[in-house]
Ligand binder design. Structure first.
Ligand SMILES: *Cc1c(COP(=O)(O)O)cnc(C)c1O
Length: 391
């Protein structure tokens, strides 16, 4: 069992408000903040190079910790500044020619879709959308009919930004691989709240962010690439860290996933990311997953019982994102009204998941994402505020 009181003591920001936005940008725990501040102070004291050299072992351990979190070895992890960077770094390294195909899903995140559209247009590739099934998850049978030997990449979103469903992954990777396609998993909303293992899922690559469920500083993220695959891909942009300048007209790529990294980075934030990963590993990912799922289930059943409120979550398996609308209220106004009562939620707008929201006739949904540090009182206070608002 997770120690709620300890978790709350480590999270001062959750004591004076009901914080339900870990799907947007969570509250980092005190040990993460301490690590970041200490390093910034050290940089101011001795300069960034000396300060980083002093922490070389801890910096190397960041990848091992993230690897442990997702069942990968450190050589399969590249540290970057966001999930979007991670996603694009992999996507742009996958060879794509005229006539090739890329499959995206109906709940695709806007930044991924835009990158696919841009590149498909420039190389003459086609983009097809894998529909959702009646339960709202990726339609595996439809995927099977869409696959052929021209499909180079299947982009799958593990947990969409606008709702609590968890997509099946294993079936997708098996099908895609049987047709020679790679699978890139957007795990931005699952890493940190759901136990996952890249080997079991069978994905070729995975993108994730630090600031959401992992509770790491902003400006952090990481890319996993299956090591044997990483060794065959050439990133679109290189520097003197991802490659070595070997002679006047040659260079040599780093042998592991660090070929997807640039040398310059926010070292303090990166150390904070490592502490956040260790903090989560200490708590236990399974315990966190159970606590988050229980909190979200409580919110869903509570919201469903309020007249005028519609829970918008789809899918057979659900997680920590709770999406809903309130009759007669714009989701942005719900966010504002709740903020005025010290309750933090966000509105997820149509443009972030255009295909899914358009298909469901939604312009926006309110998104509440309770992490394990939210108390039962927090959750009930949120429900009481929504009840007052709706009536
Ligand atoms: C937030 C989000 C992203 C983008 O993450 P960044 O770290 O902002 O780049 C990608 N995919 C999904 C599903 C998201 O919710």
């Amino acid at each position: 069992m997770l120690d709620l009181e300890q978790a709350r003591r480590d999270t001062p920001g959750c004591l004076d408000k009901v914080f339900l936005d870990s799907a947007g940008s969570s509250l980092p725990p005190t040990p993460v903040l301490d690590a970041v501040f200490a390093h910034l102070r050290r940089e101011a004291d001795v300069g960034g190079y000396v300060a980083a050299a002093e922490r070389a072992d801890d910096l190397a351990a960041v990848k091992s910790s993230l690897g442990r979190l997702i069942g990968a070895s450190a050589d399969g992890i590249a540290l970057v500044d966001s999930a979007t960077t991670a996603w694009n770094d992999f996507f742009h390294a996958v060879p794509l020619r005229a006539g090739d195909r890329v499959l995206i899903s109906e709940v695709e995140y806007a930044s991924n879709a835009i990158a696919v559209l841009q590149r498909a247009r420039s190389v003459g590739a086609t983009v097809d959308v894998i529909p959702s099934d009646p339960a709202g998850q990726i339609d595996v049978a439809a995927l099977e009919t869409l696959l052929d030997d021209r499909v180079r990449l299947v982009s799958l979103v593990h947990v969409p930004t606008n709702g609590g469903l968890v997509n099946p992954v294993r079936e997708v990777t098996e099908l895609a691989h049987s047709h020679g396609a790679l699978v890139l998993l957007d795990a931005c909303q699952s890493v940190g709240q759901i136990a996952l293992d890249v080997g079991e899922l069978g994905v070729d690559a995975l993108s994730a962010t630090g600031r959401k469920w992992l509770r790491a500083p902003r400006g952090t993220g990481f890319l996993y690439v299956r090591p044997e695959l990483a060794a065959t891909l050439e990133p679109a942009a290189l520097d003197l860290h991802s490659a070595e300048w070997t002679a006047a007209d040659t260079y040599r790529l780093a042998t592991d996933a660090s070929r997807f990294e640039f040398w310059e980075c926010d070292v303090a934030a990166r150390l904070g990311l490592g502490v956040a990963a260790d903090y989560l590993l200490d708590l236990g990912v399974d315990e966190v997953e159970a606590a988050v799922a229980a909190g979200a289930d409580h919110l869903r059943s509570g919201l469903a019982a309020i007249p005028g409120v519609t829970v918008r979550d789809l899918g057979a398996r659900r997680c920590g994102i709770v999406s809903f609308t309130v009759d007669g209220f714009d989701p942005g106004d719900v966010r504002k009204q709740l903020a005025a009562r010290n309750v933090t939620v966000t509105a997820s707008l149509r443009g972030s998941t255009l295909l899914d929201m358009s298909a469901r006739g939604l312009d926006a949904v309110v998104r509440a994402s309770p992490h394990y540090f939210c108390s039962p009182d927090d959750l009930d206070r949120f429900l009481a505020e929504v009840r007052t608002l709706a009536n």
